[in-house]
Design a protein around this ligand. Structure first.
Ligand code: BG6
Ligand code: MG
Length: 219
């Protein structure tokens, strides 16, 4: 039976992908690196350091670990400053309704994000009360596509993976959910999320009614 829900943050609860893009672009322009929205899309669900490596690889270049960490910090400073402009108006359409309905119906809810800034984002949205457990980039060491962050959430909720539905907008996130034995809902295009159990183009379509209709025998 499905008793819990685990949500990715960036691209599922709120559209931080654009803010990540602007911050990386800022750094890339300063360094003279090529960086566009297509490369940015590959960074969905990927940790900050791994994102840095993807960008360097795209530019056929490499850096020693210390310099890489310095640049990653620089990007993060720009990103974190941009979060100050985020408000409770910035949930993606449909998200607040879904989280509210999950609370009303008594489901357990966790956050399963790769971001080390997840708490700051939830605070800006005033969303912390929707979550029983917050799993973020500080909770586990192995990032998606490894299932660790979702296993962490399920364990803290006292649930088995098969009792939870994971919501994800990243290809690596659905890979992680499947590797951990979770049910999965993909948010975004077929090309990226065709391997999810159930997929919607946007969170607006992902109502509790639709989810219950699809996983009907499990509710
Ligand atoms: C993920 C985002 O949620 O968090 C990635 O999809 C991001 O784009 C990653 O790189 C790490 O985030 P942060 O805030 O710790 O740099
Ligand atoms: Mg995401």
């Amino acid at each position: 039976m499905i008793k819990g829900f685990i949500f990715d943050l960036d691209g599922v609860i709120t559209d931080t992908a654009e803010l990540h893009y602007v911050a990386w672009k800022n750094l890339a322009d300063e360094r003279g690196w090529l960086f566009d929205r297509e490369v940015n899309d590959k960074l969905r669900g990927i940790s900050r350091t791994d994102s840095m490596r993807v960008i360097l690889e795209h530019n056929n270049t490499s850096l020693d670990e210390e310099t890489l960490a310095q640049f990653a910090k620089k990007k993060n400073d720009i990103y974190v400053a941009s979060l100050d402009g985020m408000t409770p108006e910035d949930y993606l359409p449909g998200v607040k309704e879904l989280l509210t309905n999950l609370r009303i119906e008594g489901f357990s809810v966790a956050l399963g994000s790769a971001s080390k800034n997840a708490v700051k984002v939830l605070e800006q949205l005033n969303a912390k009360a929707f979550f029983d457990v917050i799993g973020d980039g500080n909770s586990v060491s192995k990032s998606k596509p490894e299932p660790d962050i979702f296993l962490y959430g399920a364990e803290k909720l006292n649930l088995q993976p098969e009792e939870c539905v994971v919501f994800e907008d990243a290809e690596s996130g659905i890979d992680a959910a499947k590797a951990g034995g979770f049910h999965s809902v993909g948010i975004g295009p077929e090309e990226r999320l065709g391997h999810a159990d159930l997929r919607f183009d946007s969170m607006e379509e992902a109502t509790l009614f639709e989810i219950k209709s699809y996983f009907k025998d499990l509710f």
